[in-house]
Design a binder for this molecule. Structure first.
Ligand code: PMP
Length: 434
């Protein structure tokens, strides 16, 4: 049995806004309805017999067989999907999450953590940041960083302290330097944000050694780790995968520093908007209170549909499915990289990603001032030639110049990849001659 950090530990980690949050006066009483024999006049739930939906029929691929699996949602399951439900998520889907986390990360339900379902992981990341960070506080972010979190920290006027990354993921040395040189007069950062598998934008995956060193620093310097891991199931590297931070922390004397964000967006559907967060109870409570005020809950029907598919597959089917998805992206990576090797030899530099859907490459423009910058080239010159990618600067917390570019290889068929990379080559050659 692992030892969990006590509830009081989180007092210094909760933001002022979080401390002000109150449970919803009505939602907080819902569990009372479950007592046998109670006649409830409590909830303002509409009468679902008036809803004009009598059944949902789905056809899903079956990862364990060549014929599809037909799923019918009706009766009590449909009623649950059509009605308001618990703030943290439908019990059936939560139970599935508990089973998954035990299988994948060796973390048992109730041992110092619990889960909540969100409208994608983005929803939960936003709420977690608001639960922890006060306006103006410093935060540790890997750099380059997922551009989707920058506006969250910017809105709070946070000082983003960049932690370097390289081909082995986040640099524990860079993190150690930041922390060891931290001015004694300044409050220390409370969180580190990192994407450990197939990082968006760099495509890099952190090694186990790095992860262990980062966890040790979290203990030593007392901060929480926001492990944003939507590309976990898109790992296609050779050899065993590194354990998650969530798994690794269970090997420490105490658990409770890792908040793990999972997403079904890359493996089931991005439009279905289902993600889940696993973390310590005091922070989960605040996040659920945020949800109860902001949207009441993640839609029941998408949770019901998600659960129906996952339940029909079982964990074995889920595993098979994710393996085939990661194989799909491995092939996409290979196609993109072979086009790069063919057309960008000497014009760009990159490290091959082992997970996810991004290639992060450095343009070799040979600028006379020695400071290559991808911004103008990507935004205008490449676009004029008919190819669109993202300039690296948008992934840097301070928006400084960089020669890097992010390309997503998830969608294009091979002929388009070749054409896109050729157009990039022509743009770079033009720029080098200018
Ligand atoms: N984190 C990262 C690193 C991402 O790349 C994305 C999706 N672009 C998200 C979070 C949000 O994913 P979701 O669809 O689960 O909200």
């Amino acid at each position: 049995m692992v030892k969990a950090l006590p509830a009081e530990f989180y007092q210094t980690f909760l933001s002022d806004a979080a401390k002000e949050r109150k449970p919803s006066p009505i939602r907080g009483l819902y569990p009372l309805e479950a007592k046998p024999g109670v006649i409830s006049l409590l909830a303002g739930k509409p009468n679902s017999t008036t809803f004009p939906l009598d059944g949902v029929k789905l056809t899903a691929r079956d990862p364990s067989s060549s014929s599809p699996v037909e799923i019918e949602i009706g009766g009590a399951q449909l009623q649950e999907g059509l009605q308001y439900g618990p703030t943290a998520g439908l019990p059936c889907l939560l139970e599935w999450v508990y089973g998954l986390q035990e299988l994948e990360h060796g973390r048992k339900k109730g041992e110092g953590w619990r889960a909540s379902i969100g409208s994608g992981s983005q929803d939960l990341i936003y709420k977690a940041i608001n639960a922890i960070v006060n306006p103006g506080e410093p935060v540790l972010v890997e750099s380059p960083v997922y551009a989707g979190v920058l506006p969250m920290f910017e809105a709070l006027h946070c000082e983003m302290i960049e932690v370097d990354t390289d081909a082995y993921g986040i640099s524990a040395d860079s993190l150690r330097k930041v922390l060891e040189n931290w001015p004694a007069s300044k409050p220390k950062p409370k969180v580190l944000y990192t994407v450990p598998y197939g990082c968006n934008p760099t495509g890099m995956t952190a090694t186990q050694e790095r992860r262990e060193a980062v966890l040790a620093l979290a203990r030593e310097h007392n901060f929480l780790i926001l492990e944003d891991d939507p590309y976990y199931y898109l790992y296609y590297g050779i050899g065993a995968r590194a354990p998650s931070y969530f798994a690794l922390e269970a090997q420490q004397p105490e658990v409770g520093r890792v908040l793990r964000f999972d997403s079904l967006s890359k493996i089931l559907s991005s439009g279905i908007r289902i993600g889940f967060l696993c973390g310590p109870e005091p922070i989960m409570t605040v996040i659920d209170m945020h949800t109860a005020v902001a949207s009441l809950q993640t839609p029941s029907l998408t949770q019901t549909i998600t659960y129906a598919i996952l339940n029909a597959w079982g964990y074995v089917g889920f595993k098979k499915h994710t393996e085939s998805v990661s194989q799909f992206y491995r092939e996409k990576r290979d196609v993109f990289e072979s086009a790069m090797k063919k057309h960008l030899n000497g014009l760009a530099e990159w490290t091959s990603p082992e997970a996810g859907m991004f290639i992060w490459f450095k343009l070799v423009l040979n600028s006379p001032d020695g400071e290559d910058d991808s911004e103008a080239l990507v935004r205008t010159k490449a676009y004029e030639r008919g190819v669109l990618a993202l300039p690296g600067t948008i992934f840097l917390p301070n928006g400084r110049k960089t020669a890097y570019v992010r390309a997503a290889f998830s969608l294009l068929p091979e002929p388009d990849v070749n054409e896109a990379v050729k157009r990039l080559r022509d743009t770079i050659l033009d720029a080098r001659q200018a």
